[in-house]
Design a protein around this ligand. Structure first.
Ligand code: APR
Ligand code: ZN
Ligand code: ZN
Length: 359
């Protein structure tokens, strides 16, 4: 089958091959035929080397498709089910899952690199985040396959597997944005625009959306932002909207220390700076110790939007059906598998929001 392969040592470009095999399913695993997969900034970070890769890797983690085979002992999903790929599958048994924080579950994440679920010719290969959705077929633990209604288009289901659930979840689950509150969102890609929608769903009174790329501004307004500015204008807008007190909740959806700092600087005393972007391990954020205590802001990490996809997906689908969660506006282009390298460069240039490969 076809799959996008990243060789050891990384990019700059992907090897788009047709001799890849998905191995299994073993006990507790399922094989999914991928029908649609998105291009998220984290994929770009893996290809460019900002996020780690290991060995030979199949890239992609935002996908949806149809269950084609189930391994021994799988009862949670069936052959023929339409499913969203969950890249933090919850085991349901560890202390984090039992505490209701299944987005922190490491049961499957910790063996990600332990198990090669692909072969590229004769070479064993790993799937990005244990998935590897830039492939026609993947094998994952059954918990990573979350059933979705058959009438939801696969490209929407794919985006629900990362960008949309991460962004909406950051607002609704991690920050619990309150009705009437003031919010700022830094970074208006597929993730940040989903944060904007989540904040609007939660009833925020003011949603200031920030991006240097003005081509993202129109869609942000359409999705619920009350004002949209470039970063240089954030300070003045902060003064006007919050009378200089700071926003109740500020989301960083870029993945860089400089924007985390900027988000922190416009958060009010007692407010929340929410980290949604995935930054690099060598990019250090500096906050002085005095401020850390006396300016009394909270730094909240939002891993995967604190989502439990089995719990949250029905809610997201319901919001979508009610016309309150717009997924179509996040899709800039539908592309073919052989256009993936172009798609990665287009995301890097910032010209697009989500691009979706349709198999
Ligand atoms: N201030 C605000 N926005 C910025 C800034 C800045 N200083 N610099 C860049 N941006 C904007 C870009 O112009 C772009 O619109 O951030 C946006 C990032 O969007 P995408 O590249 O589409 O990224 P996305 O897929 O939304 O992911 C965002 O979340 O999951 C993580 O790894 C992912 O760290 C990444 C982040
Ligand atoms: Zn668990
Ligand atoms: Zn992603």
């Amino acid at each position: 089958m076809r799959a996008a392969v990243l060789h050891p040592g990384g990019g700059p470009s992907l090897d788009l091959r047709d001799d890849v095999t998905a191995l299994g399913p073993d006990e507790g695993e399922v094989k999914i035929q991928i029908k649609a997969t998105g291009v998220c900034h984290s994929d770009l970070s893996v290809v460019a080397g900002g996020l780690p890769s290991q060995g030979t890797m199949i890239v992609g983690h935002e996908g949806a498709g149809i269950v084609r085979e189930v391994g021994r002992g799988v009862t949670g999903v069936q052959v023929g089910d339409h499913v969203v790929v969950n890249w933090i599958p919850a085991c349901g048994r560890c202390p984090d899952c039992v505490n209701g924080e299944s987005h922190l579950c490491m049961t499957h994440m910790s063996d990600l690199f332990g198990k090669a679920r692909f072969a590229v010719g004769e070479t064993p290969a790993f799937g990005m985040a244990g998935t590897g959705t830039w492939a026609e077929e993947i094998v994952v633990p059954w918990e990573a396959a979350v059933r979705i209604d058959d009438d939801i288009p696969f490209e929407y289901a794919a985006l629900l597997g990362c960008g949309v659930s991460t962004g909406v979840g950051a607002a609704v689950n991690t920050a619990r944005v309150r009705p009437g509150s003031t919010v700022a969102v830094l970074g208006l890609g597929g993730v940040g625009l989903s944060v904007v929608q989540g904040a609007a769903i939660a009833g925020a009174a003011r949603i200031v959306a920030v991006d240097p790329n003005r081509s993202k501004h129109g869609v942000a307004m359409q999705l619920g932002a009350t004002e949209v500015v470039v970063p240089e204008e954030l300070r003045a807008t902060h003064d006007a909207v919050t009378q200089g007190r700071g926003f109740d909740t500020v989301f960083e959806a870029v993945g860089r220390s400089a924007t985390i700092q900027a988000a922190w600087d416009v958060t009010r005393r007692g407010g929340d700076t929410v980290i949604v972007g995935a930054g690099a391990a060598d990019d250090l954020v500096q906050i002085n110790a005095f401020e850390l205590l006396f300016r009394a802001r909270n730094l909240l990490p939002s891993v995967y939007g604190s989502s439990d996809l089995r719990r949250d997906l029905p809610l997201l689908v319901a919001l979508h059906r009610q016309g309150r969660l717009d997924i179509e506006s996040l899709i800039s282009r539908r592309i073919r598998f052989d256009e993936l390298n172009d798609a990665v460069s287009a995301l890097e240039k910032g010209d697009v929001i989500r691009q979706v490969v349709l198999f």
